[in-house]
Ligand binder design. Sequence first.
Ligand SMILES: Nc1ncnc2c1ncn2[C@@H]1O[C@H](COP(=O)(O)OP(=O)(O)O)[C@@H](O)[C@H]1O
Ligand SMILES: [Mg+2]
Length: 316
Amino acid sequence: MTAPVLAIRDLAVEFKTDTGVTPALSGVSFDVPRGQVTAIVGESGSGKSVTANCVMRLVQPPGRITGGSIRFAPDAGDAFDVVKLADRDPRLYDLRGGHISMVFQEPMTALSPVHDIGGQVAEAILCHRDIGKEAARAEAAQMLERVGLDDMERRMGMYPFEFSGGMRQRVVIAMALVCHPEVLICDEPTTALDVTIQAEILTLIRSLQHELGNSVIFITHDLGVVAQIADHVVVMYQGRVLEIGTVRQVLKQPLHPYTRGLLQAIPGVVPPGERLATIASVVGDADIETPHPLVALADGRQVSLPPAQLRRVARS
Ligand SMILES: Nc1ncnc2c1ncn2[C@@H]1O[C@H](COP(=O)(O)OP(=O)(O)O)[C@@H](O)[C@H]1O
Ligand SMILES: [Mg+2]
């Protein structure tokens, strides 16, 4: 087995606010296997984006990484701990947008309203690679074609406001992929889109991942989306990891009550006539409170459960 591209261990993040210090992440540990799609799933505020920002070292004050490690093992070169890099370490520059790229929920956060599409994608290439302007623009056109844009001559000279939300997100994905990142992080990239467009973008991300062989971290609050895109699943709640497994294990046989609640909150799973329950109403909060460490089971799954429940799961 090849080493995971990212190995996150005991990651802890705090935010200092007026009312005191809020722990945003505690004891977060999981691996991102190379060349596969790992989904991080959990409801709003569970720490998904903060985890992604840690990988890019983008946590800003009042937030602070207070402990743990993120071991990044590039295809070529030595592995290193992202948490320990000094702010001016050149490896940090190579990491952001070079080795690892990010696609956010709202495409306009990544696009400049005042530059044309072709220029912006070319600029993303020029930031990290030493090629000429003409070559960059030609490559930009190729990548835009790959993410499904046509009529390139005209499109390259257009501005983001002239594109639909789905088209903008395609452009952002092209920008994220032009430097051939080893890891693509998608933070709820389809949440702001219509359902049909959502499905198209998911298919696009999945097929590009097959084609390019890169690793993907896909963040979502929706287990339905996880089923469509992921190989592995990490379930988060209140800044902790509750359960880790393959998509098959987690969706077919969820071990943690919270994960079962998440599944029952998917519209398609709720019996006709019943109201869509919120996760909190499906599982009592007492069940979700999980200060237990993750334990690895024989079949490769990991789960955070009280010892009594854990023994039952391990025997079954
Ligand atoms: N800028 C901030 N200021 C204070 N607390 C924050 C900030 N950003 C995140 N947090 C804390 O981190 C938690 C996790 O946030 P986040 O990772 O954004 O959740 P999500 O799973 O929805 O992406 C929040 O519930 C909040 O307590
Ligand atoms: Mg988020």
